[in-house]
Design a protein around this ligand. Sequence first.
Ligand code: SF4
Length: 246
Amino acid sequence: MAIPMFPAEKRILTIPPRSRERIRTIFGRYSGFDSVPRTPEADAWIARTEEQALRFLSVEAICLLEPVTETSPAGVRTASGIFFPSPRMGEVLDGACGMAVMALRLRGEEALSGRGDYADQMLYDLWGNAVLESAASDLRVSLKREFRDRGFFVTPTWSPGQNGIALANQIPLFRLLHPEEIGITLGPDHLMEPLKSVTQFFGCGWEVMTGLAAPCDFCDSRNSCVSAYFESLYDKEEPPECSYFK
Ligand code: SF4
């Protein structure tokens, strides 16, 4: 069934690092600095690199809403004929009439590459991961809000390579979304270039869907992973002025 209120539409947008508290939370988790005593010198170092990183880094994203025509134990087929041969996708998108597909990449790293010493560069790398992950959260929160405002139900967010969805599903995702339009390419190993890129998708439907499982539900590391249930951890803080889909 097509989605009458959301015709297939593609958008390219820039997401600045606005959700500072969320970025700090993700940085703290990845760096481990949240769990150790910190000296004033360390605090000053972190603050200095944060100021530089958030001054130069941003995220570019491409997103698409695509009607879904078939979900089955074999996988998911979309209105443009793209087939994702993934039983897990068929399971977690069961009942969906559409899916939102997104690809995001970090921008601005080159402006930081000559700044500071090796230790600074390590922190810039962590800030980059945090900015990218926070932007992915901003985007899915924004899109899900748009869908819910129009009466849709939405599924948790997934990415190819996560817990039962083979990384090879990057191939149909790229055929559908064409992240090359913002400079993201797919290698023969299904890894993206630049490395600081992410893809993600969620399903939407007119009724509550049966497959409301999240990636972490299937993961043996969920009791020890610092990012377990990242969507519920990071998506709590709604981004300001976040109607990216308007
Ligand atoms: S528990 Fe951690 S590693 Fe496992 S799916 Fe969740 S975020 Fe990924």
